[in-house]
Ligand binder design. Structure first.
Ligand code: GLN
Length: 234
């Protein structure tokens, strides 16, 4: 184990678990290691007292596992595009509620318009900055868990645009970001039809943008056939 650690394999992947929110989260080789900073995402979600939560880009499922442990009877669903992550998450949360696929695409249809809170620690590292991450991340975590495209915000954009379809009226979208990207993450979420606030923790070195979906505008005088759409552009 020491020899593997010396070569740069993350401690959590060697031990097979990470401490997160006071829990032991199973972490398999090649799966994104839950960061302590992401506990802020859990705290902010808990403060909303949700009954139905979707953890999108769930990785090991750490965020959902922490929420499920803290909320009795939580209806939790999680999704990830990476098959290794999904297999790992199925060891941390109810396996039948972990879905393999691109963002919202694999979620059960009955969740549409019913979700209280969507949480996302989507990849947000700009492509050019991956090279300056520690070897633990660069060499032992999947690129798809880190690389957020040229500005780091590509996946967050798609998470935000897709969220209103799944959220109930007044539902929330919470996205982890970096302090330097927080204003841009906020704008992205606002453009998708939310009011936002930025929450930071110095202790955890963490930043989360919290969005609440704005009510759809009523346009009773027009017989607009698009009226079922939850979010208008602009
Ligand atoms: N900067 C983040 C970290 O290593 C990257 C994780 C992510 O993209 N979600 O904690």
């Amino acid at each position: 184990m020491v020899a593997r650690r010396v070569t740069g394999v993350p401690l959590e992947q060697i031990l097979g678990w990470a401490e997160f929110y006071g829990l032991r989260i199973v972490v398999e080789p090649g799966v994104f290691v839950p960061r302590r900073r992401t506990e802020l995402l859990v705290d902010e979600a808990l403060a909303l007292h949700p009954e139905t939560v979707v953890d999108i880009c769930c990785g090991s499922g750490a965020v959902g596992a922490a929420l499920a442990r803290s909320i009795d009877g939580l209806n939790l669903h999680a999704a990830d595009i990476d098959a290794d992550a999904v297999r790992c998450a199925r060891r941390n949360i109810e396996p039948s509620h972990v879905h393999l696929g691109d963002l919202y695409e694999p979620l059960p249809e009955e969740l549409r318009g019913r979700v209280d809170v969507i949480v996302a620690n989507a990849p947000y590292v700009p492509t050019d900055e991956i090279g300056s991450m520690p070897s633990e991340a660069r060499d032992h975590e999947p690129r798809s868990a880190l690389d957020g495209g040229a500005d780091g915000l590509h996946v967050q954009r798609r998470v935000a645009v897709g969220a209103p379809l799944w959220l109930r009226d007044g539902g929330h979208l919470l996205i982890e970001t970096s302090v330097g990207q927080a204003d841009r993450t906020s704008r992205i979420i606002e453009q998708a039809g939310f009011a936002t606030r930025i929450v930071s923790s110095d202790e955890l070195d963490a930043t989360v943008v919290v969005g609440v979906v704005l009510p759809t505008e009523n346009t009773p005088t027009t017989g607009n056939s698009d009226s079922g759409k939850r979010v208008e552009s602009g």
